[in-house]
Design a binder for this molecule. Structure first.
Ligand SMILES: Nc1ncnc2c1ncn2[C@@H]1O[C@H](COP(=O)(O)OP(=O)(O)OP(=O)(O)O)[C@@H](O)[C@H]1O
Ligand SMILES: [Mg+2]
Length: 380
């Protein structure tokens, strides 16, 4: 479970500390460009480093020059957490970038991964081939099974086929049909539950089903020319996959591409959260996308039920919706704001001086609506 996130010089964050309460469901709110997505990205990179070296995680637009706050010469992202409830083990994992100015050569960025368990001293690895792979238990299970979802309704609707024994929905929403189909076989009770939740969030839905559909698969192949050389080519094959179809109150067996966007996004999210390969950390940007206020409230109820059923699951999401925030306690809401000089400042809503009396008469989202974000800046 993550307990504290510290960002130093990561994009607009000069020094941001977020302390997470014990609810395992945490919202990031604030105006556009206040740094919400950046928190999710910073965490996502840390989780990727649990499996993958710096050289793969940080390339192209993820290069340290684009991620480090302009003019800063170092950047770090540190997460503190614990693992296990009976005898919790406390851990810390971090990645840092340091700009090294060498007289002989141009300056360059040095990546460093570091970790700590309980009271032990810090271990670190540096260089592009380093990562958090060698970090001891429980850092790896705490970070490895994380997903950062950017679900796209079109991808969720596409027919798909999976060669994996346990398929999963990809971060962009592809692979929904085989994953749901697997859930139906492997855990029919959870499939039923998912269907019930979807029906509560989108009342027009009656039943989730599947149909066979053609899937175009591109495979990279090579032709051997002689003993020394071969020519690569792409082979396109049409294979039989599946697509999701929904029985709706407007008609039966409506294919995914004709289903409404909010319905598909909700189905995708519930599938990620309820399939047997469930991640233990889920990062979600703009949770309410495509959803009516009523559906937003029902989605929050569903998330709370899923969290209660799965003690290892933690969800961190960004939102602009006070309907979503209404369903949370103030300690679950992190308010981000831009300081006078442009960098991010953050406070938890329960740190607001008027919180105690306001919460007796206002819902959490109404309270946030009424106080806005300026107090975060003025109370620094
Ligand atoms: N390298 C950098 N140095 C300083 N600031 C940066 C850097 N890269 C990005 N930023 C700033 O950080 C902001 C990104 O914020 P982010 O995407 O996290 O905002 P957000 O709260 O998710 O906003 P929205 O609600 O619009 O999605 C950019 O708008 C930019 O101003
Ligand atoms: Mg954003």
């Amino acid at each position: 479970m993550l307990k504290k996130i510290t960002l130093e010089n990561f994009k607009s964050h000069q020094l941001t500390e977020l302390t997470l309460d014990d609810s395992r469901l945490h919202a990031l709110v604030g105006q556009n460009s206040s740094g919400k997505t950046s928190v999710l990205q910073a965490l996502h990179y840390l989780c990727l480093l649990a499996n993958t070296p710096f050289s793969k995680v940080f390339q192209y637009e993820r290069h340290p020059e684009h991620l480090t706050r302009i003019t800063a010469e170092s950047m770090s992202v540190t997460v503190n957490g614990f693992w296990g409830y009976q005898n919790p083990q406390y851990w810390e994992a971090a990645y840092r970038w340091q700009k090294i100015s060498d007289k002989k050569s141009d300056s360059y960025w040095q990546p460093i991964a570091s970790w700590k368990i309980d009271q032990d001293s810090e271990n670190c690895q540096q260089g592009w081939s380093s990562s958090l792979k060698d970090a001891p238990y429980p850092i790896s299970p705490a970070l490895r099974y994380a997903v950062y979802l950017k679900l796209i309704a079109n991808n969720l609707a596409k027919p798909a086929l999976s060669e994996d024994i346990k398929p999963r929905v990809e971060y962009d929403g592809s692979g929904l049909a085989p994953t749901l189909d697997y859930l139906r076989d492997a855990d029919p009770d959870n499939f039923e539950k998912l269907q019930e939740m979807l029906k509560r969030i989108v009342p027009g839905v009656e039943k989730v089903g599947f149909q066979l559909a053609k899937v175009t698969v591109n495979r990279q192949r090579t032709i051997k020319v002689d003993d020394q050389s071969s020519i690569p080519y792409q082979e396109t094959q049409e294979l039989m996959g599946k697509e999701v179809v929904l029985d709706m109150n407007s008609g039966e067996r409506i294919p995914g591409h004709a289903i409404s966007e909010g319905t598909m996004l909700t189905l995708g999210l519930l599938t990620v959260l309820m399939n047997p390969n469930q991640p233990n950390l889920v990062l979600l940007d703009d949770l309410e996308q495509g959803l009516h206020p009523y559906a937003q409230r029902e989605l929050m109820n569903a998330l709370k039920e899923i969290i209660a059923d799965n003690p290892n699951l933690q969800i961190i999401f960004s939102t602009h919706s006070s309907y979503i925030v209404d369903e949370l306690q103030p300690s679950q809401v992190h308010v981000l704001h831009n300081s006078q000089t442009g960098f991010t400042v953050a406070k938890r809503l329960d740190e607001h001086p008027d919180m105690e009396w306001a919460i007796e008469s206002l819902m959490t989202g109404e309270f946030w609506d009424s106080v806005g974000e300026d107090w975060v800046r003025s109370s620094q």
